[in-house]
Design a protein around this ligand. Structure first.
Ligand SMILES: Cc1cc2nc3c(=O)[nH]c(=O)nc-3n(C[C@H](O)[C@H](O)[C@H](O)COP(=O)(O)OP(=O)(O)OC[C@H]3O[C@@H](n4cnc5c(N)ncnc54)[C@H](O)[C@@H]3O)c2cc1C
Length: 392
């Protein structure tokens, strides 16, 4: 591209994305500085919504518009920023410190990538594959709302945190659900087998059909709905297939620009990428080898990064953080390391739920899980856990 002919007026701080990470950062910058020029460029509508609410839209009978907390127009007025909505950033030209969209080239002083993560694409056969639904954005939900509101029976692929929460919510709204995962237990990345089994029982008691330890291999369109085939030979008709098979950090822009990437865009404790003028936060990043796709780490990152961007260099500190599993029939909270062959367990079961403590090889507390009515018992343990990212 010949940039000589392009005037690139710098927009100051330019943030790519308008999800929780981007908007939390804008709010934190404005708390400290009301004048600094800030521009947001986002591929979506820019409306502010709470993504975790997507886990319970069915039982609450909500439409996508019900989830909007503030429109993009209102947010821009309130925060005194510029925004380009429905605009995808195609390229970053690091030497020229500018971004390229389909129609414009925009200069930056400091660039922040808050590009989130995209649903993992499963390799599945059949002419219904492209109709599979994902629930990772307001637009995703808006696109499928009508189809899902009429659907009576659904297959949810992926029994991680999001897939399991969605399955339970669908059951609470009187739908029939098959929950499938190639792993042989629920939320395998966070729950040991004996806790996952309790959650399994509560889902089964609500009528969920659990197809674990087998893969979805084919989705074919039928006159009405879809025929799905699992690797174990089980086949059935459903009205919709929801894919919740995990997220992949959105790092393509960074990769093309030559920034260091691993599982996500690699950042240091100042949220700085391998280019000194480019920062990143949120679901898109990898920090100290970890991808932390949750609101609290994003909030802490936004807070630290805002200070750095207004001129007070700050590193992020992340203490041990609670993760809530939003499965009302069997609520679970956990923190620290809760899966791993090196862990030993202390399990206390009562009629009010479980308190599970995980110890490492040195007999130090590595993590804990609380269920049902025993949530409060985790709070004192949280303080004993090592920090996720130690600030300096
Ligand atoms: C169903 C569900 C339930 C959840 N529940 C919880 C929970 O209970 N607790 C919790 O802590 N976390 C939860 N999470 C995770 C949490 O919601 C996310 O970690 C967080 O919202 C991610 O925010 P983000 O801004 O990093 O990414 P996103 O919200 O994905 O935002 C990415 C933004 O980047 C934009 N973008 C991407 N590429 C480009 C480009 N090239 N050009 C322009 N714009 C671009 C997109 O349009 C979007 O605006 C949940 C997630 C889901 C899906």
């Amino acid at each position: 591209m010949n940039l000589n002919s392009i005037t690139k007026e710098s927009k100051g701080i330019v943030i790519v994305g308008s999800g929780f990470a981007a908007y939390q950062l804008v709010r934190m910058i404005r708390k400290q500085n009301q004048e600094l020029p800030v521009m947001v460029i986002t591929a979506d509508s820019g409306d502010d919504y709470s993504k975790p609410d997507l886990s319970h839209v069915f039982s609450k009978r909500q439409k996508a518009t019900d989830l909007v907390k503030q429109t993009a127009v209102r947010f821009v007025e309130e925060q005194n920023i510029e925004i380009l909505t429905n605009t995808r950033v195609e390229q970053i030209l690091t030497e020229d410190k500018c971004l390229v969209t389909q129609t414009r080239t925009i200069g930056y002083d400091k660039l922040v990538l808050a590009t989130g993560a995209s649903p993992f694409k499963l390799t599945i056969q059949g002419d219904g594959v492209d109709d599979m639904i994902t629930l990772n954005s307001l637009a995703d939900y808006d696109n499928c709302h009508e189809q899902l509101s009429k659907a009576g029976k659904m297959l949810v692929v992926g029994a991680g945190l999001v897939g399991t929460e969605i399955a339970m919510d669908l059951l609470s709204s009187d739908r029939k659900v098959i929950l499938n995962d190639r792993a042989d237990r629920l939320i395998p990345g966070l729950l040991p087998e004996f806790v996952a089994n309790q959650l399994y029982r509560s889902l089964a008691a609500k009528g969920c059909e659990l197809a674990l330890g087998t893969e979805l291999v084919r989705v074919n369109r039928m006159e009405q709905g879809y025929e799905v085939l699992l690797a174990n030979g089980q086949s059935c008709r459903v009205d919709a297939v929801i894919s919740a098979a995990g997220l992949v950090p959105h790092k393509q822009l960074a990769e093309q620009a030559g920034l260091a990437t691993g599982r996500g865009i690699v950042v240091n404790k100042q949220l700085q990428t391998s280019d000194a003028n480019i920062y990143a936060l949120g679901d898109a990043v990898e920090i100290e080898g970890q991808v932390l796709p949750f609101l609290q780490p994003i909030m802490l990152s936004a807070c630290a990064l805002a200070s750095t961007l207004v001129g007070k260099e700050t590193t992020v500190h992340m203490p041990a953080m609670l993760i809530k599993v939003k499965t009302p029939a069997y609520p679970i909270q956990l923190a620290g390391r809760t899966v791993g062959h090196d862990l030993s367990w202390k399990v206390d079961v009562s009629d009010r739920g479980m308190l599970v403590q995980a110890f490492d090889e040195n007999q130090k507390l590595a993590g804990f899980i609380t269920t049902e009515q025993r949530m409060a018992e985790g709070f004192p343990l949280l303080r004993q856990l090592p920090a996720v990212i130690q600030g300096v």
